[in-house]
Design a protein around this ligand. Sequence first.
Ligand code: PLP
Length: 395
Amino acid sequence: MRIYADNGATTQMSQSAINAMIPYLGEIYGNPSSLHSVGQRANEALTDARERVAKCLGAKPSEITFTGGGSEADNQAIISAAYFGARKGKKHIISTAFEHHAVLHTLKKLEKEGFSVTLLDVHENGIVTPEQVAEAITDDTALVTIMYANNEIGSIQPIKEIGAVCREKGVIFHTDAVQAAGHVHIDVVDQNIDMLSLAGHKFHGPKGVGALYCKRGIPLTNIIEGGAQERGKRGGTENIAAIMGMAQALEDACAAIDEYQARLIPLRDKLIAGLEEIPHSILNGDRTHRLPGNVNFCFEGIEGESMLLLLDDKGICASSGSACTSGSLDPSHVLLAIGRVHDIAHGSLRLTIGDDITEEEIDYIIKSVKEVVEYLRNMSPFWRDLESGKRKHII
Ligand SMILES: *Cc1c(COP(=O)(O)O)cnc(C)c1O
């Protein structure tokens, strides 16, 4: 048995997205900038993909720029809005402590260039309120960038309300919607969104391709200098096959969102209920304002990494917020942002299920996680201290 429960990291491409790419890997190989007929066939595909991606977001085709993924879209959005603000003397940016590193590291870079950044605290349920945003905005604020849904704990932010606050104060609002696109309904007009990033591989499209929605009137700054592709805003010959695969995947996902949610949410909640039976465990993220496939727990007295390896032996692919594998002993900045202490944050487990999962597989995951947690706790001297009362339980 193999259960892939790491869809937050990436998803398997759908057959429909693969099929949409194939002609552009083969017979339709032209460069869309070429004036001849071979190039123009590729250019027609680009126009078609742009219209379809725009439609899924409630945007206009001219407001969509294709990028090399979610990180690039985040970088370009934030840098563009920051520089646009700076030209009007505004050099303050508001974001949150639990953003993706594509956002946080871009903000760090801008701080070195003289911008000031306010990172809002996140409530324990993983949600930032419009009131917090309103309080933080000053006359100097150029941009508010707040993620649509968190990649680790799945919490969905009150985007429309935050957007309304920004509109009222005349501040640009960008949202990293990489986890949300294709999983929840998005309408940039209705939700007061000025800029939005998405990535193909988080909704069964290809990797290395993304899109940036940028409302008319906000000028984009190039991250990649080059030719006149993407109206001069992103140099480099377009990856037509990937763009077509992403457009197809987004269209498929958006058309099926209601059924997707109706099927997945009860399975997610069953998984949450099953894991909550484990003593000294805690759910991370909000219970209802939550991505349909996201489950994230902390188990006291456990190392996330050991849990992952043992689960992999049982055929379950999951992930952990702790970043020991990347050479650092720091626990997830997201879990620290919602107030989990170091010891607890180290024992985190993220399961991001896809809608192909079955009820039996959910039962198997619950049983396996229970076994693994018990096994690891029984081996741990730290756990023995907790059980004997030498140390106090935190959760
Ligand atoms: C995956 C992810 C990104 C980065 O997207 P890439 O396409 O991998 O560059 C950015 N933000 C969030 C919230 C993500 O989940």
